[in-house]
Design a protein around this ligand. Sequence first.
Ligand SMILES: C[S@@+](CC[C@H](N)C(=O)[O-])C[C@H]1O[C@@H](n2cnc3c(N)ncnc32)[C@H](O)[C@@H]1O
Ligand code: SF4
Ligand code: SF4
Length: 248
Amino acid sequence: MICQIEITTFCNAKCFYCPNEFLDHQHMPFDLFTELLDTFPSDAGVLLQGTGEPLLHPQFWEMAESVKKRKHQVSVITNGTIPISGEQLSLLDSIGFSIDTLCSNTAKKYGRPDPLHIVQNLLEYHRQVPYKIKIYTVDYGQNLLPLRSFSLDNNIVMTVQNLQPKTAYQVRYHTEPLPYLRYRCRFIENDIIRFYFVDGKLSPCSFMIDRNSALSKEEISMQLSIGKVPGCCLQCGELTGLSRLSNR
Ligand SMILES: C[S@@+](CC[C@H](N)C(=O)[O-])C[C@H]1O[C@@H](n2cnc3c(N)ncnc32)[C@H](O)[C@@H]1O
Ligand code: SF4
Ligand code: SF4
């Protein structure tokens, strides 16, 4: 099982597709973090990331160490703007870098951090810990070929995701609404993931964004069972059938 913790909602970027800037910004207190860790099953993989830049948490590396002390695998997804030392790299089991393009101008246009130094750093990290580095890309219609060639040439796994269709993400962009095909959700019916918001509240999945409007698993299940889509699940791909991964 994946146990994901939103350790911070602070961010140093304003990506056009991310609602981060409209959230209230806070760091999770270290004590709350360890309290949550102590409830995780022994086989849990721990992902330190929510809607924010995890490496901005002043105790990020102590947090990662606490996870390792409890013998869990620890992963992070970062925007790559904050340098990571060799010693820090060795602590993490997997490090995802969010890079959508190699072109600085395109990144700037979409509010993403400049990939120039991020890509240079990533190559150096990959040299040091080759099996740990991954690229996560959002497909918003940009030319993906240069990034694909880069990942292939350097033997770095690249995952391309569709721009989120969920209404909760769509503060500064819009995708056409899709009809609902089913009123069932894998995350509600199975114990796939535990996601904790920055204040420690448990979320039914990792796509909720707003902790104030996220209903419990039971409430969502009840609404879906009568053919109703709760506000916190509007236009979710689980219900419209749109895959999270891009086919480009
Ligand atoms: C919310 S960010 C948090 C971690 C870190 N700040 C980063 O950008 O990697 C985690 C991932 O969600 C992706 N993401 C954010 N908004 C998205 C959206 N509307 N559609 C698809 N992916 C999105 C980002 O590109 C990133 O790979
Ligand atoms: S995608 Fe990541 S880097 Fe971009 S605004 Fe959201 S949290 Fe920040
Ligand atoms: S947002 Fe989507 S994945 Fe999350 S509980 Fe609702 S339907 Fe399921």
